[in-house]
Ligand binder design. Structure first.
Ligand code: BGC
Length: 348
């Protein structure tokens, strides 16, 4: 079968070529890969050396945002041939630590978790893949190709769930949400915020491409440029740019009792001086909670599947701005200003 293989940190080693078909040990469900979503983590793997090879292999099958169709499913697995499925990314550590032992691999404590297409496990960037039924999520037929958005949406479902848990600390409830970054993660964060009934604002560095129309068609408000010029004092922030210095501006701009959730990761680190004492004092005096959120457990994929099913399908379709064949994977790593989500069609 054809697969997209990479070596972390060695862009010249990206290959689209033949690899052996998956063996039954890799999971009872045999799946035909349909679409593969590309995100900043894939760029970080290829260009900045994030992630790691499976032990004993000299390459990694890349890809963690999956959509495929079940070809073979054993009786009693809960799946049948023809089902659309997406694969969960993370697997619990082998110890396992207490959260992993409870299916909360997204809260793994010892860092020995593995992630398909990222850390020590081959991913979903191949014409065929296998998966254990416990790590497959059925995508309803009506969601169609938009099911490739399930994995990124699961990351936001977790981020919002954690945010909700933190707000439960007092009787006060948030009304105004700010999402920073209008890429696929930011737009899905905005979708989930609107579905929660919040007044959602989305800030991006510029208004090029389809993002401002996507934000307003969601019923949210788009802002381009500097945070200071928005005049916003949000109750809740979902930060989706990974731009470290912005975090401190957000702490200062957010209202008392705000919750700020960080979901983005900076590619490579740049030294950035900031007013540590000012941030300290603001957070204490305002009861601010600043927290990070990564990955997703099974329940978050289920919440994400419900959110995608409830969303306007034309709006979701507009998030997928480009489809490329497998051989064009390297192009998919580089977005144009008209791109939101680029996907690889694993059938071409
Ligand atoms: C993925 C997560 C993963 C994280 C860190 C993200 O791009 O969506 O599932 O845990 O990268 O590796």
């Amino acid at each position: 079968m054809k697969a997209i293989t990479v070596v972390p940190g060695e862009p010249e080693q990206v290959r689209v070529g033949e690899v052996p078909d998956p063996v039954e040990d890799e999971g009872a469900l045999l799946v035909e890969g349909r679409l593969l979503g590309i995100c900043g983590t894939d760029v970080d793997i290829v260009e900045h050396g994030y992630g790691s090879l499976p032990p004993g292999q000299d390459h990694l099958v890349v890809g963690h945002e999956s959509l495929g169709v079940v070809l073979e499913a054993p009786e009693g697995s809960g799946f049948s041939a023809g089902d659309n499925v997406a694969g969960i990314v993370r697997r619990p550590d082998p110890v396992p630590c207490p959260p992993c032992a409870h299916g909360e691999w997204d809260f793994c404590r010892n860092g020995k978790y593995t992630e398909r297409g990222i850390k020590e496990l081959d991913g979903y960037g191949s014409q065929l893949w296998r998966i254990e039924p416990a790590y497959a999520i059925r995508v309803s037929r009506g969601v169609g190709d938009r099911g490739v958005l399930l994995e990124p949406a699961s990351v936001l479902a977790k981020a919002w769930e954690q945010t909700d848990h933190i707000f439960a600390r007092s009787s006060w409830r948030p009304r105004t949400a700010l999402v920073t970054g209008a890429g696929p993660i930011g737009l899905l964060a905005a979708l989930l915020g609107v579905q929660r009934g919040l007044d959602v604002h989305v800030l991006d560095i510029n208004d090029k491409g389809p993002k401002s129309a996507l934000v307003s068609d969601l019923g949210a408000t788009f802002h381009a440029g500097d945070l200071a010029y928005t005049g916003l004092s949000p109750d809740v922030v979902i930060e989706c740019t990974g731009h470290g210095p912005l975090v401190f501006d957000l702490v200062n701009a957010a209202c008392p009792n705000a919750v700020i959730c960080l979901t983005g990761m900076a590619s490579g680190s740049k030294p950035s001086p900031f007013g540590a004492d000012e941030v300290n004092d603001t957070m204490v005096l305002d009861n601010t909670v600043l927290f990070g959120s990564v990955n997703a457990a099974r329940s978050h994929y289920e919440q994400a599947a419900a959110a995608l099913a409830d969303a306007d399908s034309d709006w979701l379709d507009r998030l997928i701005t480009r489809r490329v064949p497998m051989d064009a994977f390297p192009d998919a790593l580089h977005k144009t200003e008209d791109d939101i989500k680029v996907v690889v069609d694993l059938r071409t």
